[in-house]
Ligand binder design. Structure first.
Ligand code: URA
Length: 438
């Protein structure tokens, strides 16, 4: 058995170098033991001496650079085996039924979901440092997503000092360099986080090492921020989960109020801080939301995030949910095609929307698209006629109607897409003014 020791859980360069040498030396995947130095220590066996090159498709490199961040220990061997089979001429990437490929794709999906959770869910605690402020953020990742995403957050906040602390390790950005150090096992609250910082602030900067080499371009499908789109500052608030809402979310997990629960993977409940000034409501989870279990994380969610950011709204401070909490679809072969929910389904799920509204008490309820508008206003709504202005509601709060991002995604031509996207951003600027979020 050949023992390969990687420097860290996300030692991309180490894995690539070893994989290249092992494939060329025709080493069987079962004859390789992959271990991580930090976890086990010890000597590595030397890599076989080889020369020459072989081609690995770009799609596999990009998939592997995400999947390597998964927490499953078998990922290194699985990825090695895929590269070796492709190197031997097998058309693995074209075979959607291949069990190894499916497992790697599932890992990559889970990593992406976790990265999204980190990028949208971090809250920061400001602590004073050298007369200035450092923002301390706590996050418990399901996978090893800190290194690649810390780079992204550092780039998002070029002028700030910030530290992201997780049980796996911490990342520290001072405006010019990004260092990695020890982690903290548990941070039940702000005091625990602050106490850890007090004892680690010197240590962290001594021990830190930039021992991480997942390339951010490969790890994240995220384009650099255009210079004309300023970053929204870090949200300084601790997430105080509303216990009542958490309980409701768990109960909704076994909801049978309509038949949509049967084919769906899971209930996708809303999320966001309990004191959110506005609640954003979509129609229903899509394919990716159904798999991941969180609202608006797929293509429509990405468009919503972008439009919100352009309008100066920080999604992390808003409550985001759907009129219907299960994905309604018809299966066509391997694809699941979205189906618009019927009025009785929207009405049945209105129960959960009421529960969410009672807990959040948003000043403004933003309905995106006709299904959400029906759920909020209790009647059929023509979006073009009612969009873009405050609509008083019987409970004294205000509703606001705009288009659903999926509508824009479905438009056939570029010019129409651009026009409708600009109109969505204009509506969201009105939302920002109505809630006073700048
Ligand atoms: N579309 C929605 O309406 N909601 C989601 O969560 C995703 C897509």
């Amino acid at each position: 058995m050949r023992r390969i020791v990687l420097r860290s859980e996300t030692d991309w360069d180490g894995w690539r170098q070893a994989t290249r040498a092992l494939v060329q030396a025709r080493v069987e995947p079962g004859a390789v033991k992959w271990v991580v130095a930090r976890a086990v220590g010890g000597e590595a066996d030397p890599l076989p001496e080889t020369t020459g090159t072989f081609h690995v498709p770009r799609a596999l490199i990009s998939l592997a650079s995400v999947a390597i961040q998964a927490r499953e220990p078998e990922r290194f061997g699985l990825l090695y085996s895929l590269v070796r089979r492709i190197g031997a001429g097998e058309k693995v990437l074209e075979d959607d039924t291949d069990p190894d490929l499916s497992m790697v794709r599932r890992m990559a999906l889970a990593v992406r979901a976790d990265a999204h959770r980190m990028r949208t869910g971090l809250r920061y605690l400001p602590v004073t440092e050298d007369g200035g402020v450092r923002y301390l953020g706590w996050f418990e990742p399901a996978h090893f997503v800190l290194p690649a995403n810390a780079r992204l957050l550092a780039r998002r906040y070029p002028d700030l000092k910030l530290s992201i602390v997780t049980p796996d390790g911490s990342a520290h950005w001072d405006g010019s360099s990004l260092l990695f150090g020890d982690g903290l096992r548990h941070a039940a609250d702000d005091e625990a986080l602050q106490a850890w910082w007090e004892t680690h602030r010197d240590l962290v900067l001594d021990q830190a090492s930039a021992d991480v080499s997942v390339s951010e371009a490969e790890a994240l499908d995220e384009a650099p921020r255009p210079p004309d789109r300023p970053a929204i500052g870090p949200v300084v608030l601790t997430v105080k989960p509303d216990p009542g809402l958490q309980l409701a979310g768990r109960e909704a997990g076994s909801c049978h109020r309509c038949p949509l629960y049967q084919p769906a993977t899971q209930t996708v409940f809303g999320e966001g801080p309990a004191d959110a000034p506005a609640m954003f409501i979509g129609e229903q989870p899509g394919d990716q939301e159904d798999t991941i279990g969180r609202p608006f994380v797929g293509p429509a969610g990405q468009m919503m995030d972008r439009a919100m950011e352009e309008a100066g709204i920080d999604r992390r401070m808003m409550y985001v949910t759907n009129a219907v909490k299960h994905f309604k679809f018809v299966a066509r072969g391997r694809r699941r095609i979205h189906q618009t929910p019927e009025v009785p389904e929207i009405q049945a799920c209105g129960f959960w929307l009421d529960v969410e509204r009672t807990h959040i008490r948003p000043r403004l309820t933003v309905a995106m698209g006709a299904s959400a508008a029906r759920a909020v206003l209790g009647r059929a709504v023509t979006i073009g006629r009612e969009r873009g202005r405050p609509i008083p509601m019987a409970d004294g709060t205000t509703a606001f109607v705009t288009v659903h991002p999926s509508y824009i995604l479905r438009l056939p031509d570029r010019a129409a897409k651009d026009r409708e996207y600009a109109a969505l951003v204009a509506d969201l600027r009105t939302v920002r003014d109505l809630i006073g979020a700048g």
